[in-house]
Design a protein around this ligand. Structure first.
Ligand SMILES: Cc1cc2nc3c(=O)[nH]c(=O)nc-3n(C[C@H](O)[C@H](O)[C@H](O)COP(=O)(O)OP(=O)(O)OC[C@H]3O[C@@H](n4cnc5c(N)ncnc54)[C@H](O)[C@@H]3O)c2cc1C
Length: 861
């Protein structure tokens, strides 16, 4: 074993081997993988080997598609077969709601380059004759599904990596990790210490233990998982003989089960409701190539549904039940990337579908390590997406919830109950008493809407408009016409201070920093000129800035801030960044009467001239020391008021008391999001994401290319000079009783006109692939889009996708925001659009000016 390596990958499961292969392929050959036992000694060896491309997050779906396409490449390079069976598969819906979900998934596929198809239950039965099709109302066919040999696949990655120069050390456990002052890692193993620049945690079942070696508690948990194998079945053999084909894979929502052919019998796996964590606190180091005791009683309810839906399987004898553990993060997606607060410590763990996702995870992580950027929009699997609140017990509750609803559909207005309430503000009980329906916002209980007195504060979950529709309308109208108050504790808040802080922020942000007492809005870009943040920044004093942004991105942004802290130059290291989290909470008041209301609570003059739009002030509100921004996300005259939690009740009560004479109402997050639609305001992670440039995102006025050399400036200048490829636009939609949720296709009647690329970009960085899994180099790569896949219907074409939307209650219209080719957005003669909502194409029109207060008079009043 060598004593130095550029990178050490810990763990030789499918994920570790994929990471090793991708690092070697990217040109890092001084790398080694250290495995405690033999390759596949965690969960990889007993996997069912199924793979598919579908994922709730289109960006993760794209990386899954890459994984599937990669297998031929590693087979060729390694000479090792993965035993690929690309059979295709169906998802079976047994209710109209589940069919709606499939329609949505199918619609998304239009711009993702997926070839899914909605089919009838009888058509599905023709490919999987063991089902009783009368149990179902419809199905979705996906040709890119199948199964493989898990062990062969892991070895294929390993052999391919070795061929490219990587080293693999077996039967050698990593027992300790320490770091030198210069950042070098000491990887202490049973066979000696390796000095490494980078360490990657691919420890699978032991990933938590490896995290603990560096003081990190990773939010993942192993669950027991069972699948059964039947004896050979004559029906299967007969089908194979008569059609010359294998039976396809089937996923059944109702039973939370999947099934497919395995040799000449059937494999059927369950995600049972009575699920069971395995080794919830510590994973034993001596756990070897072992299976767990099957527990047929636990899966009996799922099997009962399975046998009813697939009666052909019930008759077969059960040959074996496999029970093995594998790991999940809270939302079922992997934990990938650099861990905030550490240098060169990387994660690729909690990969619950290693054979669908392992390749994409390896590619994204190797890009990140080698080129400093994943090259894709990997937010859906970024290790930074969970906060400190994701403790061991929180994780346990959430993972169990996620496992037991593995194939369940989640409605757009559905809040999941496990592990709640976790964090609450001092106003929590007051909000409940006000009949608030609460939602989870990055682990914090936040009012979504207020149910009328005497009714149960509860969402009726649906893809259509629901019981919150009327009350949200009331909240919006009262706010727009009088005044409303809402809790905004869930925003991210930071303070950047100390000598050099202004230069630091100028280097990070695209906009100029404000003068003392003023506020600016500013995007933040990566080196590729893509959007990685959107902030409100106030200059609170000399070298002191207050910053607000999206709550979910707190660790993601802290990681970026820390990485770019100045390391040299006079005074540079004195820049301090403080994340407040819930040590600073807030309330926002908005509406034409908000100034009159606030004036009753403050001694300062807050008249239009004395306290202008986009001013920042520290002042006492209702007797409590606060910071006040003259700005509101509703687009009205309004204020954001920030205070220590100890003062929040005092300020709220003062606002409520003073507001009575003005007709003050409480409003929740949903009303806020409805009002921002009427102002065409974007939201982070929906309209603004790392796959878009600032000009594509219509953030032009916040990008000051001439101010200084900020990160991403050259790329942004190029984008501006060449013209953005896409453009964010806002639509009024002629919807029926359902509004857009996000990710719906946008159609346009373009006739013979060519407006360019329609496929959603996923990659922007160092390395990209097309839908055949081939690396895209040269000009196509520079274009920032993978293969173009036009979907045409006569003169109509899919030209873009929705990012978010909903009902705009004040103007009484359904609205949507999304991206279309910039040339089309600019073409005033291009009139007709349609947006596909739940499978029905609804007329839509671009709406250039915000329908509420287009000139901004009200908010500047
Ligand atoms: C019953 C069952 C069915 C499944 N079916 C499917 C399926 O159909 N499709 C699918 O995609 N996925 C399936 N999975 C999940 C799949 O197995 C996992 O996604 C995958 O194995 C994760 O791989 P990994 O490399 O992250 O972890 P692991 O396979 O757990 O590998 C981790 C490796 O790290 C090593 N290691 C840990 N700590 C150390 C250390 N300190 N020093 C050195 N080495 C260390 C371990 O020995 C182990 O070999 C299934 C899992 C189970 C249990």
């Amino acid at each position: 074993m060598k004593s130095h390596a550029k990178a050490v990958v810990i763990g030789g499961g499918v994920v570790g081997c994929s990471v090793l292969y991708h690092l070697a392929k990217a040109g890092w050959t001084d790398i080694m993988l250290i495995e405690r036992s033999e390759l596949t000694s965690g969960s990889s060896w007993h996997a069912a080997g199924g793979f598919h491309t579908l994922n709730g997050d289109p960006n993760v779906a794209k990386l899954q598609a890459y994984t599937v396409q990669l297998y031929r490449e590693i087979e060729e390079l390694s000479g090792q077969s993965c035993s690929l069976h690309l059979t295709g598969g169906v998802m079976m819906a047994d209710t109209p709601e589940r069919m709606d979900f499939l329609r949505l998934a199918h619609a998304k596929g239009r711009y993702l380059g997926m070839d899914t198809e909605l089919i009838t239950p009888s058509e599905a039965k023709a490919m999987f004759p063991l089902m009783d099709e009368t149990n179902f109302v419809g199905a979705m066919w996906d040709p890119v599904e199948g199964h493989l040999d898990p062990s062969g696949t892991t070895h294929a990655y390993a052999k391919a990596a070795r061929k490219l120069g990587a080293e693999i050390v077996l039967r050698n456990r990593v027992v300790e990790l320490t770091q030198e002052v210069d950042g070098t890692w000491n990887v202490v193993t049973e066979q000696g210490t390796v000095k490494a620049e980078h360490v990657v945690n691919c420890g699978g079942l032991w990933a938590r233990e490896i995290g603990r070696m560096v003081g990190v508690e990773l939010p993942l948990l192993a669950m027991e998982h069972m699948y059964l194998l039947t004896e050979p079945m004559p029906e299967v053999e007969e089908f194979n003989k008569s059609t010359g084909r294998e039976m396809i894979g089937v996923m059944d929502f109702k039973g939370e089960i999947y099934t497919r052919q395995e040799r000449n019998g059937i494999l059927l796996g369950t995600y049972e409701k009575a699920c069971k964590p395995w080794s919830p606190v510590n994973t034993p180091w001596d756990f070897g190539h072992e299976l767990l005791q099957p527990d047929i009683d636990r899966i009996a309810p799922s099997l009962e549904i399975g046998f009813k839906h697939f009666p052909g399987i019930e008759k077969a004898g059960i040959k074996q039940i496999i029970n093995g553990p594998f790991t999940f993060a809270l939302d079922g997606n992997p934990l990938v990337g650099p861990v905030q607060g550490l240098t060169n410590f990387w994660c690729a763990c909690a990969v619950m579908a290693g054979f669908s996702q392992g390749g994409g995870v390896g590619l994204a992580l190797s890009n990140w390590m080698v080129h400093g950027d994943p090259g894709f929009d990997v937010w859906g699997m970024d290790v930074a997406r969970f906060g400190e609140w994701a403790t061991l017990r929180y994780t346990n509750a959430k993972v169990r919830e996620n496992y037991s609803r593995r194939f369940s559909i989640r409605f757009p207005n559905e809040e999941l109950p496990a592990a709640r309430p976790a964090q609450t503000t001092p106003l929590y009980d007051t909000m409940l008493a006000n009949n608030a329906v609460m939602g989870d916002s990055w682990g914090l209980e936040t009012p979504l809407w207020f149910a009328p007195k005497g009714t149960e504060p509860k969402d009726i979950v649906s893809f259509h408009r629901s019981n919150d529709f009327g009350p949200i309308g009331e909240e919006v109208r009262a706010t727009r016409e009088k005044v409303g108050v809402t809790e905004i504790a869930n925003f991210a808040k930071y303070e950047v201070s100390g000598p050099g802080s202004e230069d630091f922020l100028n280097r990070l942000m695209t906009n100029r920093m404000p003068k003392t007492g003023r506020i600016v809005l500013t995007p933040m870009l990566n080196e590729f000129g893509r959007l990685i943040g959107d902030f409100t920044i106030a200059k609170a004093g000399e070298e002191r800035f207050m910053i607000w942004s999206s709550s979910a991105a707190q660790k993601y942004h802290m990681r970026w801030f820390e990485k770019h802290l100045p390391k040299d130059g006079p005074g540079a290291s004195q820049v301090r960044i403080h994340r407040f989290d819930q040590t600073l909470v807030g309330l926002s008041i908005a509406g034409p009467k908000s100034r009159d209301l606030l004036q009753k609570l403050v001694d300062a003059d807050i008249s239009t001239k004395a306290f202008r739009f986009m001013d920042f002030r520290e002042m006492a509100v209702g007797g409590a020391p606060c910071m006040v921004n003259r700005i509101t996300y509703t687009g009205d005259l309004g204020y954001e008021i920030w205070m220590a939690p100890a003062y929040q009740r005092l300020v709220y009560k003062a606002i409520k008391d003073a507001g009575e004479e003005f007709g003050l109402v409480d409003f929740g997050m949903r009303a806020l999001l409805s009002m921002r639609l009427e102002k065409n305001f974007p939201t982070w992670f929906r309209e603004l994401r790392p796959i878009y440039g600032p000009f594509e995102g219509a953030m032009d006025r916040f990008v000051k290319l001439e101010k200084n050399d900020f990160i991403g400036r050259d790329a942004a200048a190029r984008e501006q000079a060449e013209g953005p490829k896409l453009r964010r636009v806002s639509f009024i939609v002629d919807a029926a009783d359902a509004d857009v949720m996000g990710d719906e296709p946008i159609w346009a009647k373009v006739g013979g006109k060519d407006y360019g690329t329609v496929e959603k970009p996923h990659g922007y960085g160092a390395q990209r692939f097309d839908t055949d899994g081939k690396e895209v180099r040269g000009s196509r790569a520079a274009e920032g889009a993978s293969a173009v896949r036009g979907i045409v219907d006569g003169d109509w074409r899919v030209v873009g996708w929705v990012t978010s939307g909903g009902y705009a209650h004040y103007i009484k219209e359904s609205m949507a925001q999304g991206y279309v080719p910039a040339a089309l957005a600019a073409d005033e003669s291009a009139g007709l659009f349609e947006i596909e909502i739940l499978g029905s194409r609804r007329p839509a029109r671009i709406n250039v000016e915000p329908p509420f207060d287009p000139s901004g008079e009200k908010m500047r009043a």
